[in-house]
Design a protein around this ligand. Structure first.
Ligand code: 3PG
Length: 205
């Protein structure tokens, strides 16, 4: 199964910001117990690279990717840790080039038709729609999909288990991403993830 297929099957991408390497294990183990073996570890803290390296080596069955990758240096480091996919909040031609050279799937962030056209020019059709809640949510994705039927979207930003059913039922949605899946205690994470997974199963059959 290719990476996008795995992300589509899970239907969810937890967006994780870690402040210390020691936080990695408990979060990933809660995700595993929550039936959600996917982790997007964000370059928002200095320890992102070491957290990625630890997650990749200790949890080989978890699909570990890097998020908030905003330049080529971060992208190279992330790929070096073994990250299996790269996500950006916007579209970066430099990150796209690094990913293409290494054969790593890249999901750039987009909200406008122009940004989608730039991503398409780089050969990219799996796109993060961010911040989804601020930029029109599902209605915007439906309108954009009319012009860009070749694209699949990863709406992120403002998604939670309350609005997940509407998003995930749409056939242009690759998966939904966000930090709501990893909020609170490990017990809370397990509960939220299991609920989210059952919402995805119900919506997709
Ligand atoms: C991201 O970069 O993907 C967002 O910060 C996640 O948004 P959320 O915190 O609203 O889920």
């Amino acid at each position: 199964m290719d990476i996008f297929e795995k992300i589509r099957t899970t239907g969810l991408v937890p967006v994780i910001t870690l402040h210390d390497e020691s936080e990695t294990g408990p979060v990933i183990e809660a995700l595993i117990e929550g039936d959600l073996p996917v982790a997007e570890i964000c370059y928002r803290t200095p320890c992102a690279g070491s957290c990625l390296r630890l997650a990749v080596s200790r949890y080989p069955d978890v699909l570990v990717g890097a998020g908030t990758v905003i330049n080529a240096a971060q992208c190279r480091e992330a790929i070096g840790t073994g990250a299996r996919f790269i996500v950006s909040p916007g579209f970066s031609p430099a990150v796209a080039a690094e990913c293409a050279a290494s054969g790593i799937p890249y999901l750039p962030g987009v909200v406008t038709p122009t940004e989608i056209m730039q991503a398409l020019d780089a050969g990219l059709t799996h796109l993060k729609f961010f911040p989804a809640g601020v930029y029109g949510g599902l209605n915007a994705i439906k309108a954009l999909s009319a012009a860009f039927p070749q694209c699949e979207f990863l709406p992120t930003g403002g998604v939670d288990n309350g609005n997940l059913p509407q998003f995930i039922a749409n056939n242009k949605i690759l998966a939904c991403g966000g930090s709501w899946l990893v909020k609170g205690s490990p017990e809370q994470i397990v509960k939220t993830c299991r609920e989210a997974r059952s919402i995805v199963r119900e919506a997709r059959g």
